[in-house]
Design a binder for this molecule. Sequence first.
Ligand code: MN
Length: 193
Amino acid sequence: MSFELPKLNFAPNALEPQISQKTIEFHYGKHHQTYVTKLNNLIPGTEFENASLEDIIKKADGGIFNNGAQVWNHTFYFEQFAKNGKKEPSGALKSAIEQEFGTFAEFKEKFTQAATTLFGSGWAWLVVDPDGELEIVQTQNAGNPLRDGKKPIMTCDVWEHAYYLDKQNARPKYLEDFWDILDWEVISERYNG
Ligand code: MN
């Protein structure tokens, strides 16, 4: 089985000014594509030749894990954005956020803190833990919470390649703009699903 780069739900310039077309062209068109290509080159002849990305994330190591997880992580990251998405959670997800973090504003503050303080390359995640409670977690490099039995519902890529063309070293500015383009409808569907 070989993997393919999934299509984006939006035009390459749709997220401007928060994320530029140039960043999408490199981040999606080059980086995401390269993880797909490398994974497809690594799996033939291994036990992962016909595995799902989720199985690769849970069981693989080394290059197969790194590239497989990065394919999944980037698909998940790009899927949650929309130019005119739903700006705030509602329903069951809103209640769960308020139960765990107090208010949506407090949640945003804690998540931003997790994303901006993550040292080096990695991801900040909103996940549902095995007890059904929301949690903010950080993973290094290609790390993915599925590996720890947690269900991701939202993520922020804090590798420099996600923001350097637009924001240079200003990760906090990238986070500030990140909130404007999230579609909470997509995130709610993941939570409810
Ligand atoms: Mn990335």
